[in-house]
Design a protein around this ligand. Structure first.
Ligand code: ADE
Length: 419
């Protein structure tokens, strides 16, 4: 199969969307222009397993401009923009295997297409492709230069592989770069999660009790934006430092068992399993809305919700299913528990993906230049890449900053001057 998309006739609309996103991706544009001249990825086969969005399309164009022979596969069954997948396959020469709403069998068939491309470099959002490579095609590991990982959940998974001695290829933790998680996870997830919830439900957030499970960078972003919309925000955490930070940031902090009784809207962003479960659904108010913006659809215990419900009405609105309880209470689950920002909205805005994806492209170039020299470990993004992306992002925003004077530089490197 050359590519697998919903409908090639959607390509013209997809192209417009890709071009619109590109306007807001100036740093990635600079990388693309240089890549087109220098071709640092020439001769390399690449498979990327990412959310197939307009922003990803601009990353794909950049990798292709750099000379990569690239295929793209979906990293989530519900996050694909079908028009973008069509445009990539037919207009930009990037065979794409992704259909919004694909079932699990199709999802895994698409992943397999990524392996059948026999890549030298992979790019993952959640580590499914690297995991499949290790499980199904370990023979490919010897041809692999490295894999880039886009998300916290993927990095956690890959570190676990490393700790268990299972990792066979070098991995660059793009998520852990400052230009990624401080902006994409915080401002991107914060805005796009609320966008997804509002598009799905048309809820007024002002005055609502909004429970955010998890106070990592994504949770911080969601909590801050929810407060900005007038919500009364409750944070749940398992980490005492983060719970303290949430408290001092001015949020209410309590265990989920207490929050469950109060919340109008629940958002999970923990990266862990069954954070909202049967015992919590049992306490929720009539009309409570529950959704997830963490990577996998495991944070909400949907099987428990199904089991305890008297009746389930699927699709009461797009991306909204109604679960009626034996006592008549209705609980609304959004986007089948999958990332609501990509299921019901368009994911993070292009301006923030600009930084994440410039960092992805430059990390890929770094890996290609260091072929054979990278350790089989989860590795950091080189600091120079972070600094370059931050500088150019500021420049593109028309912001200049101060420089240290010679006296200040000297002061910072000396220890003689005290009180
Ligand atoms: N992850 C979150 N938002 C995204 C977007 N717009 N494109 C690709 N991956 C994303």
């Amino acid at each position: 199969m050359k590519f697998d998309v919903k409908d090639v006739a959607l390509a013209a609309g997809g192209k417009k969307r890709i071009e619109w996103a590109d306007r807001d991706m100036p740093v990635l544009q600079l990388v693309r222009e240089r890549f087109a001249k220098e071709r640092p990825l020439r001769g390399l086969r690449m498979s990327a397993c990412l959310h197939v969005t307009a922003e990803t399309a601009n990353l794909a164009r950049t990798l292709k401009a750099g000379g990569a022979d690239l295929v793209l596969v979906a990293s989530n069954p519900l996050s694909t923009q079908d028009d973008v997948a069509a445009a990539l396959s037919t207009e930009y020469g990037v065979p794409t295997f992704a259909i919004k709403g694909e079932d699990n069998a199709t999802y895994y068939r698409h992943l397999k297409a990524g392996l059948e491309h026999e890549p030298n470099i992979t790019m993952d959002d959640g580590a499914d492709l690297v995991w499949a490579l290790h499980k199904e095609r370990p023979d490919l590991a010897k041809n692999m230069i490295a894999s880039m990982e886009e998300t916290t959940t993927g990095v956690i998974r890959l570190r676990s592989m490393e700790q268990h001695g299972a990792l066979k290829i070098p991995v660059i933790a793009v998520n852990d770069a400052d230009t990624k998680h401080l902006f994409d996870n915080r401002y991107g997830t914060g805005q796009s999660t609320l966008d997804g919830i509002i598009r799905a439900t048309d809820l007024l957030l002002a005055g609502k009790k909004i429970v955010i499970a998890g106070y990592g960078w994504c949770g911080r972003g969601c909590a801050t934006r929810a407060r900005g919309m007038g919500g009364i925000v409750i944070v749940t955490e398992i980490n005492p430092l983060r719970a303290l930070e949430a408290t001092m940031d001015g949020f209410l902090v309590m265990p989920m068992k207490d929050a469950a009784k109060q919340g109008d809207l629940f958002i999970t962003v923990t990266g862990d399993i069954n954070v909202v479960r049967g015992e919590h659904f049992a306490k929720m108010k009539d009309g409570a809305v529950v959704c997830n913006s963490g990577h996998f659809n495991v944070e909400i215990d949907i099987p428990a919700l199904e089991k305890m419900s008297r009746k389930i009405r699927k699709g009461v609105r797009n991306f909204v299913d109604e679960y009626i309880q034996p006592d008549g209470r209705r609980i609304y689950l959004l986007g089948e528990g999958r990332l609501i920002n990509l299921a019901a909205a368009e994911g993070h805005p292009a301006s923030v993906m600009d930084m994440s994806f410039a960092t992805q492209a430059l990390s890929t170039e770094y890996a290609a230049k260091n072929r054979g020299k990278l350790k089989v470990q989860v590795l950091p993004v080189p600091l120079v890449i972070d600094e370059w992306v931050a500088k150019l992002k500021l420049k593109s925003m028309g912001i200049s900053i101060d420089k240290l004077t010679a006296e200040q530089t000297k002061y910072l490197s000396s220890h003689d001057m005290g009180t």
